[in-house]
Every structure is written in C-alpha cells, then in structure tokens.
Design a protein around this ligand. Structure first.
Ligand code: FAD
Length: 397
C-alpha cells in the first residue's frame, strides 16, 4: 500500500501524540514513517546526567508506542514532492497522502564542533543530548576533584529545551556542594547566547542560583573546537564591535550541547523557510504554501521554545484544525506559543518556567513557580515521565 489519508513524518513525541489524538476523534487511515526502532523520553536525560534517573526507563520499543491501527513504515523520508502530494524514502519507496504531518524533530550537528565526535564519551567530554552519552555525564561529575574545572556550554543556535544546558550545571554544582567541594571547583557557563533566560521573571531566579553556586557566566561564546586528549576547549567570542576572536579554556570535564538546526532533508526541501525549518503559520500550524501539510514540534519555524511541553499544546490545535479542514470548515484552533521548561535548580529543587510567544509567564499552579520547589522536582522525576508514556503518547492529554 502506498497511499494514506494521513501520512506522518517522524514517530517521536509529536508524531505519536498527534496520531493517537486523531484516532481518538475519528477512524482514519494513518501511517507513520519513522526509522528508529526505539522511542526515547529525552527530558529525563538531564536527570540521568545527574545520576538521578535510570537511563533504561527513558526508552521503549517504537512498536510499543505506535497507536493501534496505525501503519508503521520503518524508513527515513528523504524527499518531498508537495505538488504531487508524495514523499520519497531512503529505500526509494514513494508514498502518497491526502494530508501530511511533518514532525521529524531537530538535528544535532555534532560535526560543527571540531574534534567533538572523536572525543565525546571520553576525556571528560559528555553530553546529555544523546542517549549514549548521558550516563557518562554522571561519571564525569563523580571524577571531579578540588582545584578542577567543570565547563557547561550552550550554542548560539536554537536548541531543544533551552534550559537543558543549564539544568545539568545546577545539578553539578549541587553535587559538588553536597560533596563539600563546591568552593574549590570552578564551574563556568559558556554560552553563545546573550542572556541567561528569555523570560525576565525566570532570568532573575536563575541569576540567584548562579550567584549562590558561584558560577562564572560567559555569553557570546560559541564552542568551536575540542581537544579531548589535552582537555582544551576553544570558543569563538563575538565582540560588541562585530569582530571575533578565539579563546582556549582548559577543563577537567565539559558538558557539551551541540549546535542544532533543522534536519537536512527538511532544509533541502520545498517545505523549508529561509532558515531551513518547516514553514508553518505560527497559530494554525498549517504550512504557509501547501494547505494539505501541517508541521509540529521541534522541526517547525514557530518562534516558541522547542520542548515536549510545547508539543503537548500544539497537538490538539493541529488535530482540530486538520479535522476541520477535512470537513471543509474554517480552522478553529490557535496555538499561543506556550512552552514550559522545568529548570532543575539542584537535587530535589525545580523552577517550573511556563511562558508564551511573548515571553509572558503562563503558570499552571497557584504559587510562584520561579521559586525552586520540591513538589516540582517530583513532577519532573515521577509524574511527567508517567504522563508521557501513559497519557501524552496515548493522546488523552
Ligand atoms: P522528537 O521527539 O525528537 O522526534 C523526532 C522523530 O523523527 C524521531 O523519532 C526521529 O527518529 C524521527 N525522524 C528524524 N528524521 C526522520 C526522517 N528523515 N524520516 C522520518 N522520521 C525521522 N522537553 C520538555 O518539554 N521538557 C524538558 O524538560 C525537556 N528536557 C530535555 C532535555 C534534553 C537533554 C533533551 C535532548 C530534550 C529535552 N526536551 C524537553 C525536548 C523534547 O524532548 C523535544 O522538544 C521533543 O521530543 C520534540 O518532539 P518532536 O516529535 O518534535 O521530536
């Protein structure tokens, strides 16, 4: 069979939630094209890196999360032919659709940091951004001794979960504090960004943490090279006059967040905007040029923070609009840019940032969520993973 009423590219958080939600509303012929045999719950990798979560609990077989009735095509999309309502896969198959939903996530560009691929997972170079390396982050924390340096990086590109580069840093600092060595360990944040957080309310709360943990902050610093064996990181520094220069910083451990961009097959497709992202209307999630195509999740150009929490609010909007479109009715739903970032402030402490397209806080609970709380840590460590596997992927919330 090579034609489906609804074809979904990507069976990650967004693709699976949308398929499940659609099927709860209507009997439809849906296929998901997804190459991976494993489905990951990525938000828990931060806790894995801090030694507070079992990595094995962050994965399930892809087959187990496929909503019943959906056809899983285990392949990778390589090309789009939107004029013909078709896509092509790596094995050369062509699939047609009435409606297409594009949800392939964001691409990790490990190659854009020279030497990174060769040294990641060794020499104190770790990253929570990959299943294979998140456990090594905790090993690195355990190896740090008084007098040593721990670096944490964040690139200037968009990333998934903008808070994740910092979450592991606060966990690390708290780990050193509990061990009684925080005063003797140099903890530093090197970010290609320009400030600690986009929403002033949470930026203020994070600055307090930075001060309490004595963390050094360096903005406009992009990691461009790592010499693992000699443990030296090279950053490209952007100066205010537009000039750049390089600085070399020795480390004993470095948590690297790789530069990220739209997946290459999206960048090269007619679906892309000038930056390569799937070009959708930020409120309806419908493609701006091809009305039978929608985009959702990290791969689109909607200007929200890229998180699973954003996907949770986008999915019902996409589903309502798509069903209305199929019925020849106006699209009723609008996405307001909601995103959330549970910022781990230390062990047992969490700031739950929630905000919209205008960086205005949109908090769920009737208390000040900028204050680090035990209850929100419990939410992150126990409740959200349970909700993910049992409710979000089932389309029921
Ligand atoms: P993904 O879930 O990444 O899924 C994309 C899918 O598309 C994958 O299964 C992939 O195999 C598939 N795919 C790729 N290329 C192709 C192709 N060519 N053809 C077909 N399929 C393809 N979010 C939060 O809400 N809270 C958090 O605390 C949080 N913390 C995070 C911490 C870390 C360390 C990381 C890495 C992420 C974190 N996130 C967090 C972000 C969250 O995981 C993502 O925003 C979310 O998974 C986005 O869903 P998605 O479906 O767009 O992409």
């Amino acid at each position: 069979k090579n034609h489906y009423a609804i074809l979904i590219v990507g069976g990650g958080n967004a693709g699976i939630s949308v398929a499940a939600k659609l099927l709860l509303k209507r009997k439809l012929e849906i296929a998901i094209i997804e190459p991976s045999t494993i489905h990951y719950y990525q938000p828990a990798w931060t806790l894995v890196g801090g030694g507070a979560f079992d990595i094995r609990k962050t994965v399930r077989p892809e087959q187990a999360v496929m909503p019943p009735g959906v056809t899983w095509i285990q392949d990778r999309v390589t090309e789009f032919f939107p004029e013909n309502h078709q896509v092509k896969t790596a094995s050369g198959d062509i699939f047609g659709y009435d409606y297409l939903i594009v949800a392939p996530g964001i691409q990790l560009d490990w190659d854009r940091v020279e030497g990174l691929k060769e040294t990641i997972g060794k020499h104190g170079v770790c990253s929570n951004y990959a299943y294979d390396y998140a456990p090594y982050t905790y090993a690195c924390l355990q190896q740090i001794r008084p007098g040593q340096t721990a670096l944490f990086t964040s690139p200037s590109t968009p990333v998934k979960c903008g808070g994740a580069p910092q979450k592991i840093m606060y966990l690390a600092a708290d780990y050193f504090r509990r061990k009684g060595i925080l005063d003797q360990v140099q903890v530093a944040f090197y970010s290609g960004g320009t400030k600690i957080f986009g929403v002033p309310k949470y930026a203020e709360a994070l600055q307090k943490l930075v001060d309490r943990y004595h963390i050094q902050l360096h903005f406009y610093h992009d990691l461009i090279r790592i010499d693992g064996e000699n443990q030296i990181a090279t950053f490209l520094v952007r100066e205010s006059n537009g000039q750049t220069h390089e600085v070399q910083v020795p480390f004993h451990m470095i948590h690297v967040v790789p530069p990220q961009s739209a997946p290459d097959f999206i960048k090269q497709s007619p679906l892309a905007d000038a930056q390569g992202w799937v070009d959708v209307d930020p409120y309806t999630l419908q493609h701006v040029r091809y009305p039978d195509i929608f985009g959702i999740g990290d791969a689109t150009n909607t200007p929200n923070a890229k998180t699973g929490a954003a996907v949770r609010k986008q999915a019902p909007v996409l589903v309502e609009n798509l069903l209305a479109l199929m019925d020849g009715k106006p699209m009723p739903a609008r996405y307001n840019g909601y995103s959330s970032c549970p910022i781990v402030a230390g062990y047992g402490k969490l700031i739950l940032a929630e905000f919209d397209y205008n960086n205005q806080p949109m908090e769920t609970f009737p208390f000040n969520q900028a204050k680090p709380r035990w209850s929100m840590w419990i939410l992150k460590k126990y409740i959200l993973p349970w909700l993910y596997w049992h409710k979000i992927l089932k389309g029921t919330i």
